[in-house]
Design a protein around this ligand. Structure first.
Ligand code: BES
Ligand code: MN
Ligand code: ZN
Length: 499
């Protein structure tokens, strides 16, 4: 898809379709009022017929409008005017893009970015129009023998800014929107691929492909033998039960001052989680192919940064393995020694995410990070606590958690903080090792983070539990690409480049 900034006179916009918003109960936005006047009241005439009210996401094409240079109008419902916010805006942009993609129009100009939203800049409105459009056009057809043929797909979208002329900030909005969308798409594609295709080796190969495409990105893949030498006994105890060798994928993006400390992102890349000997029940077990979505989000965030050429240093680390039952697999009660030297009693082999993450976190110390964020589909308890709307956020540094909460709000990819009080730590006490890999009773998301906190004491660290947000279940089953938007927003903010 191509995106262009368009300015000037609305009536003069020569295009196959002009997109214009209408609030609930036929409350016209300013561009709609203007177009209505220019076209002898065509919009109000339609509203009077009652077919279109402006409900959120409602759409209606209008043809043959007098005195306008466009071939059609697409009215998009915005919902109640008073409740109009960034999320309603995104919903409208998505609905418009989906309708355009189904229509005969292959290009369009949208006036949605003109709509004022409290505390949301034109930069953000443009950026979100681009990323919402890309979201709406996303299809996952890699595993279908025949891809669905689309007659006349949408190819070009103009973003109308009225009198406002092009500036560097507004051009950046398009670049950023597109880059975030590319990162989200990569994360979704990898997430949606099944476990028999997307193995640890496949993930490593995809990372290497990214590395070959960009001079500012260095990709290195550590093999089991190297992990053995580093003493990664926790990570390797998980992959021992699988025929697929574990990989530790390391991506280094150098966009900043060579001396400046990097942000490190660590993503759980568990390509299939059957639970191991503590095997999971059969229902929905297929969804455990999504257990590598944290790792995929790291790849997504890194590609977005490369594409935007952000002036910072970023390291992505993805410990990747399968978790399967096997004669060699971890058994409940087994004790393993992590790279940090701390010993772990594996009371439940299904709490494997923390076992692969802890060694990756210890390994990250060598990069001397200014901040380290891990992203993981870590606990079913997080889905119980927060559902599909917010990722769980815990950490050991108030400023870093605040930054991430803000980035979530700004990008619409929200996180919600849970406490990481010392009081919870004793739930991990073990009679036989330094710690157990699960907590007794209650607060499963918190005790999982407590476990990780024991490997990040020397760093400013935050943990995102994306078990509820990384994919959708039910009829819309599929990876969401979250939290790529949050992570990229965080990095943009750190560069002072978000509008
Ligand atoms: N990958 C799962 C977490 C998960 C479960 C995410 C369901 C999304 C939906 C993780 O490896 C896991 O199995 N966690 C266990 C931990 C428990 C054994 C302490 C869980 O949440 O049940
Ligand atoms: Mn598990
Ligand atoms: Zn898991």
């Amino acid at each position: 898809m191509e995106y262009l900034l368009k300015s000037g006179d609305l009536a003069q916009q020569r295009t196959a379709c002009l997109v214009v918003g209408v609030h609930a109960r036929g409350d016209l936005t300013q561009p709609a009022v203007d177009l209505d006047q220019m076209s002898a009241g065509a919009i109000n005439k339609l509203l009077k017929r009652g077919d279109f009210q402006g409900r959120a996401g409602q759409i209606q094409f209008l043809y043959d409008l007098p005195d306008l240079a466009c071939d059609r109008l697409l009215l998009v419902g915005l919902g109640p005017h008073k409740e109009f916010n960034l999320s309603a805006y995104r919903k409208a942009a998505t609905a418009a893009a989906a309708a355009l993609d189904e229509s005969h129009a292959t290009e369009a100009i949208t006036t949605l970015p003109l709509l004022e939203i409290a505390n949301v800049s034109l930069y953000t409105r443009l950026r979100e129009a681009v990323s919402a459009t890309e979201d709406a056009l996303y299809r996952f057809e890699q595993c279908k023998s025949k891809a669905e043929k689309r007659q006349r797909p949408l190819r070009k979208m103009g973003l109308f800014t009225g009198r406002q002329r092009k500036t560097k900030v507004l051009e950046n909005a398009i670049l950023h929107g597109r880059s975030i969308a590319h990162g989200v798409t990569l994360a979704r594609n990898l997430g949606n691929l099944p476990g028999n295709i997307c193995t640890p080796s496949y993930l490593a190969e995809q990372a290497e492909i990214l590395g070959r495409k960009s001079r500012s990105l260095k990709v290195q893949v550590l093999e089991e033998k190297q992990m053995q030498e580093l003493g990664m006994g926790a990570l390797l105890s998980v992959s021992r039960g699988s025929r697929q060798p574990a990989k530790l994928i390391v991506l280094e993006y150098r966009g900043g001052n060579p001396k400046s400390r990097p942000v490190v992102l660590v993503g759980k890349g568990l390509t299939f989680d059957a639970g191991g000997i503590s095997i999971k029940p059969a229902a929905s077990m297929d969804e455990m192919k999504f257990d590598m979505c944290g790792g995929a989000s790291v790849l997504g965030a890194v590609t977005a940064c490369v594409e935007m050429a952000l002036p910072l240093n970023l390291v992505g680390i993805i410990p990747s393995s399968e978790n399967l039952p096997d004669g060699e697999a971890n058994k409940p009660g087994d004790i393993v020694t992590s790279m940090s030297g701390q010993t772990i009693e594996v009371l439940n082999t299904d709490a494997e995410g923390r076992l692969i993450l802890c060694d990756a976190l210890t390994y990250s110390e060598r990069f001397n990070p200014t901040a380290i964020i891990d992203i993981a589909t870590l606990t079913g308890a997080c889905v119980v606590a927060l559902g599909a709307h917010a990722s769980g956020l815990l950490g050991n540094d108030d400023k870093l958690t605040e930054e991430l909460l803000n980035a979530g709000r700004e990008s619409g990819d929200r996180a919600w903080q849970l406490p990481l009080w010392e009081d919870y730590q004793e739930q991990l006490d073990s009679r036989f090792a330094d710690m157990a890999n699960i907590g007794n009773r209650g607060a499963g998301t918190i005790t999982a983070a407590c476990f990780l906190s024991r490997f990040t004491k020397k760093m400013k660290w935050a943990h995102l539990d994306i078990a509820g947000t990384a994919w959708k279940t039910g009829s819309e089953k599929g990876a969401t690409g979250r939290p790529v938007p949050l992570l990229v927003q965080f990095l943009l903010n750190r560069c002072g480049l978000s509008g």
